[in-house]
Every structure is written in structure tokens, then in C-alpha cells.
Design a protein around this ligand. Structure first.
Ligand code: ADP
Ligand code: ZN
Length: 434
């Protein structure tokens, strides 16, 4: 083996000792970046002044807006000549942020992704079809390098062109895929339409699902349809991309690789730490990054840390599924909710197809929520009117989940707009004038 999983099972004391050592090194490196130079010297922080991990809290948070304000090179801690790659975030919530990597950074990142894949059972003999977007987005290239590092055969198919994906999976006997969950549902629909039984005709055994919030119901649906074990993969471009937190074969929470990142969970309002088991905003500090270290990055992603250690024996703490970002929260008729709650409810109905869309309007001084729901192509007879009972049951179940009554509209399979990247789940027309 070219790497061992020694650091995955370090006792907590040694892991924290390692974190402190790496944190000091990271601060020394960050002092070379124009932004941190000012911030750290202003707060009187030097590597020596950090005596325990608690001292991390003396450092101000970094936010996406701060990264944007110092675009493009304000966070660079090495000479531009030492940068070998740039990536950017998807720009889901505004102008994308850019991240720069040295060769060392790329190597470390690839190792983390390889570790995730190895942990879940991928070996050199596997054929890995990477249906995640390539390019500036980190999902595709991040996994690509990790899988090559592990020695698997990579098919860099990228997303879309579903019929070609199926052809590749068949002809090259793909065993592992990496895919956005909303696209996985579309892929399944296409397989059904083509009359292909994935369990009999394909060799798939593992699917990695990442890049967008999804529920346990969606995971089960993908597992059942494709005959795979599906693992949740979490990452963000500011922390490299994939390889930040990943499920082990217990499929019960994602291990955050704490030898590469320090995780804090804070209350987004008070900015104070929350207890294990309580939901809060994830805050990350890079521990291995040379080109662009980032300290205390507020991800806006909401999750909780599991209070108990994982039965798999790894000591790195686990986080729950991501509920969404703080700014994904919808307030409709004064009630707070997250789109993933709606996804979870819809995906528990076998009659529901692969796509849905939430539309919010404001009429007559009132909020209105319409949810368009595609019917599963396996059961669609061409007559939507005959599905009134289904519509009523879905409405009831949604009401008990989100506490308001949406107007559910069943629509034909494939009739809602699709995205090649992260699914667009919400159209909010409420704040438009005129
Ligand atoms: P952007 O922040 O512009 O969307 P990124 O490509 O960096 O760009 O996306 C990272 C974000 O994607 C995370 O902060 C998180 O909100 C979301 N994300 C990534 N993986 C998952 C996952 N497994 N579950 C839920 N959300 C995820
Ligand atoms: Zn585990």
C-alpha cells in the first residue's frame, strides 16, 4: 500500500496534537498572504501565540464575501509562479470565489480523495466513471486525481449525455460512479426508459453522491435502483473541494478528515460554538494548504457533529447530512423550511419521478407555494387527472413536514427544466416588483 490509514485511527489526543502543530504551520504560511498579514498582525497572532486549539478562536472568521473582496490574489501565500492550478466555486450564491493550489496542495488533496475512495472499498481493479462536472468546478477534477492516485481506471465522462454514459458503463463495465444526486435520479429514469435493468446488465457496485443536499430517501432510491452502495461526499471549493467529509461503510455520518481540516460548529447568530449533536454552521480551517491557507472559513452549511465515535474505529468526528446553507432557508407564510425537507418527503413516494420544482409567489398580501412534481415514468399512463388521490396524499405528507399546505401540481415525466450541475429547486418570484 502506498499509504496507510494510520492517521485515520490516531487517538484523539494525538490527533489534536497534530492539529495544533499543523495549525501553527498554517498560520506561519498565512502570514505571507496580504489579507492575513494584516488581520493576524492586527489581532497580535503569531504561530507562537497559539498555545492550544482553543486559541484558534482568537482569529477572526473568514467569509465568502471577504474572499470576494480580496479577489483575485489577496489570499495568496506563495509566489504566483508556484501556483499550478486555480479552481472556483460554482457561484451558487453569487460571484464565484477562486482558490489557488501549489503542486503540494494538489498532491495532498488527491490523497484525501483517494483515502475516501479506499475507505469505501475502491481498489486498483475498479473502473471509475466520473459523471461530475469538470473544469473550474472542483467536483470532477478532485475525484479524477484521487481515483488516479488510487490506481483505478478513470472514465472522465463528466455529466450529461445520458445515453453515452450508459453505453460507457456497459462497454467498460464501470463499477464505481460519482454523480450529483439529482442527475442520478435522471440517469435511473433513462435506464428504465431504455429497458435496461442496471442490476443485471451493469456491474455497478458503488456510487458517490455529492455537491448538493439530498436525503436518506434519495440515497435509498439510488441504491435500490442501481444495486449499489451509495456514499455521501461533502466538500467545498474553499477547502479544496471533495474530500473534506465522507461516509465510511457504516453509512451513518461523514467523517471530517481532521488531520487536514479543523472543524468548528457555531451558532450562525451568536457565533458561539454549539454542543456536539446540535445543529450549527460548519467552520473550517485548512491544515495542509500552502498556496492559499484559509482560517476559520464560515461555510454557511448546516449540520451537527455526532456525539459518539463511529463503530468503524476511525477517530475523525462525523457530521450529519448537510441540511442546506443558511441562505437556502425559505420563509413562507412566516414558517421556516429547507428545500431538502420537501425532497425527502417527495422521494419517499415511489410514484414520484426524478424532478421537482418549488415556486414561490406573493399574491393578495399572501405567500403562495406551488410544488411541481414529476410523476415516475414507470407508472405514468398519460393521464394526470387520474392521480388526484396521489396528489392529495403528497399534499398531506408535505403539510405535516413543512407545516403549510402547498399547491402540489403533478406534471409529466421529463417536463421540468434540468440542470447539468447542481439542481435548481426553488424559483422565488416574491421579491420582484411590477
Ligand atoms: P458554491 O459554494 O458556489 O456552490 P462549490 O462548488 O464550492 O460552490 O460547492 C460547495 C457547496 O456545495 C457546499 O458548501 C455545500 O453547500 C454543497 N455541498 C457539497 N457537497 C454536499 C453534500 N454532500 N451534501 C450537501 N451539500 C453539499
Ligand atoms: Zn466510520
Amino acid at each position: 500500500m502506498f499509504w496507510d490509514n494510520y492517521s485515520e485511527t490516531l487517538d484523539r489526543f494525538s490527533l489534536q496534537k497534530l492539529q495544533l502543530e499543523l495549525l501553527r504551520k498554517t498560520i506561519r504560511q498565512a502570514q505571507h498572504a496580504p489579507y492575513y498579514q494584516t488581520i493576524l498582525s492586527g489581532a497580535g497572532i503569531t504561530p507562537e501565540s497559539i498555545r492550544s486549539l482553543e486559541d484558534l478562536r482568537k482569529i477572526p472568521f473568514t467569509t465568502k464575501d471577504i474572499l470576494r473582496d480580496h479577489y483575485p490574489y489577496g489570499f495568496l501565500a506563495v509566489s504566483r509562479d508556484d501556483i499550478v492550478r486555480m479552481h472556483s466555486s460554482s457561484g451558487t450564491t453569487g460571484r464565484p470565489t477562486v482558490i489557488f493550489h501549489t503542486q503540494h496542495d494538489i498532491d495532498e488533496w488527491s490523497l484525501l480523495v483517494a483515502r475516501c475512495m479506499y475507505m469505501t472499498g475502491v481498489r486498483k481493479s475498479d473502473v471509475f466513471q466520473n459523471m461530475m462536472g469538470y473544469g473550474l468546478f472542483t467536483g470532477g477534477i478532485g475525484f479524477h486525481y484521487g481515483a488516479e492516485r488510487l490506481g483505478a481506471m478513470v472514465i472522465p465522462s463528466g455529466p450529461g449525455n445520458t445515453k453515452r454514459q450508459i453505453m460507457l458503463m456497459r462497454e467498460f463495465e464501470t463499477t464505481v460512479i460519482h454523480i450529483i444526486p439529482s442527475y442520478a435520479l435522471h440517469l435511473i429514469k433513462t435506464l428504465i426508459e431504455e429497458g435496461i435493468d442496471p442490476k443485471k446488465e451493469l456491474k455497478l457496485r458503488i456510487a458517490y453522491l455529492g455537491a448538493e443536499p439530498h436525503s436518506e430517501e434519495t440515497r435509498r432510491r439510488i441504491e435500490d435502483a442501481l444495486g449499489v452502495r451509495a456514499y455521501n461526499s461533502y466538500g467545498l471549493s474553499e477547502m479544496n473541494g471533495p474530500g473534506v467529509a465522507f461516509e465510511c461503510t457504516e453509512q451513518n455520518g461523514m467523517h471530517v478528515w481532521e488531520d487536514a481540516y479543523i472543524l468548528e460548529v457555531i451558532d450562525p447568530k451568536t457565533l458561539e460554538p454549539v454542543k456536539d449533536g446540535e445543529e450549527g454552521e460548519l467552520v473550517f480551517t485548512t491544515l495542509k494548504r500552502e498556496g492559499m491557507p484559509i482560517l476559520r472559513y464560515r461555510s454557511k452549511d448546516l449540520a451537527a457533529v455526532y456525539p459518539e465515535p463511529c463503530p468503524c474505529g476511525r477517530t475523525h468526528r462525523r457530521i450529519t447530512r448537510i441540511k442546506g446553507r443558511t441562505d437556502d432557508m425559505l420563509i413562507v407564510k412566516g414558517v421556516n423550511m429547507y428545500p431538502v425537507q420537501i425532497e425527502k418527503t417527495l422521494m419517499s413516494f415511489p410514484e414520484v419521478g426524478s424532478n421537482f420544482l418549488i415556486i414561490l409567489d406573493h399574491k393578495d398580501y399572501n405567500d403562495h407555494m406551488t410544488i411541481k412534481v414529476e410523476v415516475s415514468s414507470a407508472m405514468f399512463t398519460g393521464d394526470l387527472k387520474s392521480l388526484q388521490n396521489l396528489r392529495r396524499t403528497i399534499t398531506e405528507r408535505l403539510r405535516s413536514e413543512i407545516l403549510i399546505t402547498p399547491d402540489v401540481q403533478l406534471v409529466e415525466p421529463d417536463s421540468l427544466p434540468k440542470s447539468e450541475g447542481k439542481a435548481v429547486r426553488v424559483i422565488d418570484n416574491r421579491h420582484q416588483w411590477g
